[in-house]
Design a binder for this molecule. Structure first.
Ligand SMILES: CC(C)NC(=O)[C@H](Cc1c[nH]c2ccccc12)NC(=O)[C@H](CCCC/N=C(/NCCC(=O)O)S[C@H]1O[C@H](COP(=O)(O)OP(=O)(O)OC[C@H]2O[C@@H](n3cnc4c(N)ncnc43)[C@H](O)[C@@H]2O)[C@@H](O)[C@H]1O)NC(=O)OCc1ccccc1
Length: 225
């Protein structure tokens, strides 16, 4: 039975009011990656990093899923075969849209991580410098997101899914960040049909067999139908 593996990025949440990274006025236009999305940046200025993620956590808590999130959840429910969603997004809009078993390869805003003992727990809306781990008590709590230079989560599972994919779709991502940007090659090597759905061609558009350009809330429901 056909197995569909779907990779999503910030573009699928753009129409839900979640900023993207690289677009006009995107997150990286306001903040330097080095300062807020690296372990070194957190060590240097934890207050700046907590402020950056506290704001995004508050926005994500208010955000609602859009027609693209809902279409993927419907596909998961109605497709006779397996549909696996791997997201680079740290918001919970796929789950709010009804999707299940979503693999958050770059972590989740709604979770906190202890840098000392590795414990994870539901993050308070506002994390403060020196936030304590409820398990080891260390003042070592950080947002449970994957920063640059850190290993993304659940990579073994992801590579297994890619090797079994018969269809690989990439939605709302610029294809500039690895290892996610290389997933299309992994899937293509496994014989999958590959399709890019995005507002504009990504940095790896030439690796895809099919492309559909437009807003996620339009091209994703049309692709699912
Ligand atoms: C900048 C880049 C060159 N650097 C990297 O890729 C680095 C280094 C690197 C590793 N391998 C390499 C190989 C070559 C070069 C560099 C590297 N990668 C890492 O450090 C990664 C860790 C990277 C993760 C960093 N954390 C993020 N996020 C979490 C935090 C947070 O969220 O704050 S990355 C962050 O940016 C990434 C890209 O963002 P997108 O989601 O694509 O968003 P963007 O704004 O860029 O694009 C939006 C797109 O949507 C479209 N769009 C907009 N609106 C709409 C709309 N309405 N509808 C449809 N589409 C739309 C736009 O046209 C656009 O195309 C996402 O992954 C996102 O999670 N770790 C790692 O490699 O560990 C070792 C390893 C190696 C191999 C195998 C295993 C381990």
């Amino acid at each position: 039975m056909t197995k569909i593996v779907i990779l999503t990025g910030a573009g699928i949440s753009a129409e839900s009011g979640m900023g993207t990274f690289r677009d006009e006025g995107g997150l990286w236009a306001q903040m330097r990656i080095e300062d807020v999305a690296t372990p070194e940046g957190f060590a240097r200025d934890p207050a700046l990093v907590h402020d950056f993620y506290n704001k995004r956590r508050a926005a994500a808590a208010r955000a609602l899923p859009n027609a693209a999130h809902e279409a993927l959840a419907r596909l998961q429910r109605e497709w006779p075969g397996e549909v696996v969603i791997v997201t680079q997004n740290v918001d919970a809009l796929h789950e709010k849209g009804g999707a299940t078993g979503v693999i958050h390869m770059h972590g989740e805003l709604a979770r906190a991580l202890c840098a000392l003992c590795g414990n994870r727990w539901d993050a308070p809306e506002v994390m403060v410098v020196g936030e304590r781990c409820p398990q080891c008590g260390g003042p070592t709590a950080r947002p449970d997101v994957v920063w640059f230079g850190e290993m993304p989560y659940r990579m073994d599972e992801i590579y297994t899914h890619l090797a079994e994919a018969t269809v690989f779709a990439s939605i709302g991502t610029s294809g500039q960040v690895y290892p996610a940007a290389a997933f299309v090659m992994e899937a293509a090597e496994a014989g999958a049909h590959t399709v890019e759905l995005n507002l504009e061609p990504s940095a790896v558009v030439s690796d895809f067999a099919e492309t559909r350009f437009g807003k996620a809330t339009e091209v994703v429901p049309a692709w699912v139908e």
